[in-house]
Design a binder for this molecule. Structure first.
Ligand code: NAD
Length: 441
């Protein structure tokens, strides 16, 4: 009989994992403590934006393979494999990860599992967490029930979450015995049949692979953004520089796009949590470079505000159109979004800020309600003294000066993602600049 799978925590990671496991043919039960989220998912309504996921959700609610619950009792009596995908956000006022959700979920599972099962952690956690949680399970599980433990970090990218889950680049599992590995090989049989690399290792390596990957990606982005600071000072073309070094296959072109930097619910908190964890281990100096990576990243936001002031003089009373508030395109996620941060700072400096994002207006309005959220580029640009592109959605990348003809009060543009052909805009009479470029009046 096919494995029954539960997914604990049905946010971006968990809802995607649950629907994709159903797509692979398993029976799946998703669990969350948020009743409203469970009600919405049960109706087939995805509470966030993720391309391709609404279709899978509806398909497998209809097929009967995908259900949702808030009951740990139900999950514990039913599933053979329990994936944990609850949040591990940054602690308030601290770099470290807040592990209260992952601890609570593991404890609830351990107490409610009444048939032999394997618990598999997927959340991103500081190294050492898996071993600690394994002990929590051993101490709290019911007598006579065999509960295994494994760690299987998740590498999906928002915007490509379905694709990344169904056809991952690689699978990494931290296991302590052949039984746990065999179960995970069965879960991922489809990907394994397609020759996906399968790395079976210990708990610590599995946990570290995830944070190492994110630390590397964040470093790559801040590396090119540090060079942006140089080209902004002396002139030069940051895009050409990135292309040129990117041709070296040891470097590679991806993640070398200069711009307003990284954000979201993963990279920023993961590089901070890694620094906190290695400091706990007495290795204070080891990851210190990541605090520079973080600072370079945050300075990009200052640069946009500086350029806005440079172009407009006083910000108070000026009308600014902000295009994009999601932390990246094809997502409605505004957690630690550079774009929303910049928009909020412009507002706090006295500007009248119109915001348009194809998907993230509602989430942004919850976090920063005082901005003026509008439903189109045209509404945002109406009478604007300055337009700023901060998230590289396709509809912004294809923007041309004629699209804004007669709308703005002042033809000024800041391309915070380096996606527009500046020459075309300059020829159309715009004062346009982009991050990584020297701003000439
Ligand atoms: P999220 O905030 O969207 O979802 C977390 C969910 O867990 C929420 O729905 C919350 O209600 C639920 N939850 C909290 N406590 C619970 C409990 N005790 N029992 C059951 N459910 C509980 O977060 P996310 O973006 O899905 O991230 C989850 C984890 O996955 C994090 O560790 C994150 O770093 C990691 N991750 C995320 C991504 C991504 O792109 N979002 C990618 C890879 C890894």
């Amino acid at each position: 009989m096919s494995l029954r799978i539960s997914v604990i925590g049905t946010g971006y990671l968990g809802a995607t994992h649950a629907a994709c496991m159903a797509e692979l043919g398993f029976e799946v039960l998703g669990l969350d403590v948020d009743q409203a989220k469970i009600d919405s998912l049960s109706r087939g309504e995805l509470p966030f934006h993720e391309p391709g996921l609404p279709e899978l959700l509806l398909k497998h609610i209809a097929s009967g393979r995908l259900r949702f619950t808030t009951s740990y009792e139900e999950v514990g009596a039913w599933a053979d494999v329990h994936f944990i995908g609850v949040g591990t956000p940054q602690k308030a006022g601290d770099n470290a990860a807040d592990l209260t959700y992952v601890d609570a979920a593991t404890l609830s599972l351990a107490r409610n599992i009444t048939k032999d099962a394997l618990i598999v952690g997927k959340s991103t956690v500081p190294v050492g967490t898996a071993r600690r949680l394994q002990q929590l399970v051993i101490k709290n599980k019911n007598d006579g029930v065999d509960v295994g433990f494994a760690w299987n970090p998740e590498f999906l990218r928002e915007g490509f979450a379905v694709l990344d889950t169904l056809t991952p680049d690689r699978l990494v599992v931290g296991v302590e015995n052949a039984e746990a590995e065999a179960v995970l090989r069965e879960v991922y049989a489809t990907a394994l049949a397609a020759n996906t690399p399968f790395i079976s290792t210990d708990f610590e390596t599995a946990e570290l692979v995830k944070v190492a990957a994110n630390a590397f990606l964040a470093t790559k982005i801040s590396f090119i953004n540090a060079f942006s600071e140089v080209t902004e000072a002396v002139g030069g073309d940051i895009g050409t520089l990135a292309d040129a070094i990117g041709h070296d296959t040891r470097i590679g072109r991806r993640f070398l796009n200069a711009g307003v930097g990284f954000g979201g619910g993963c990279l920023p908190k993961d590089i901070r949590a890694l620094q906190a964890r290695v400091s706990e281990l007495g290795l204070e100096r080891t990851m210190r470079f990541l605090s520079e990576v973080d600072e370079i990243n945050l300075r990009r936001r200052d640069r946009v505000v500086f350029l806005a002031e440079d172009m407009l003089g006083e910000l108070a009373g000026k009308k600014i159109a902000v295009l994009g508030v999601a932390f990246k395109p094809d997502s409605d996620d505004v957690r630690d979004s550079p774009a929303l941060d910049v928009a909020a700072r412009l507002f706090n400096a006295g500007a009248d800020v119109n915001v348009y994002d194809p998907q993230a207006n509602a989430n942004a309005a919850q976090r920063f309600p005082r901005l003026n959220y509008v439903g189109s580029i045209a509404n945002a640009a109406h009478d604007a003294d300055l337009v700023i592109l901060l998230t590289e959605w396709a509809e912004f990348k294809s923007l041309s000066p004629t699209d804004l003809d007669g709308m703005v009060r002042g033809k000024r543009f800041i391309d915070g993602r380096n996606v527009l052909a500046m020459g075309v805009w300059q020829d159309a009479g715009w004062d346009i600049t982009a991050l990584g470029h020297k701003h000439l009046d």
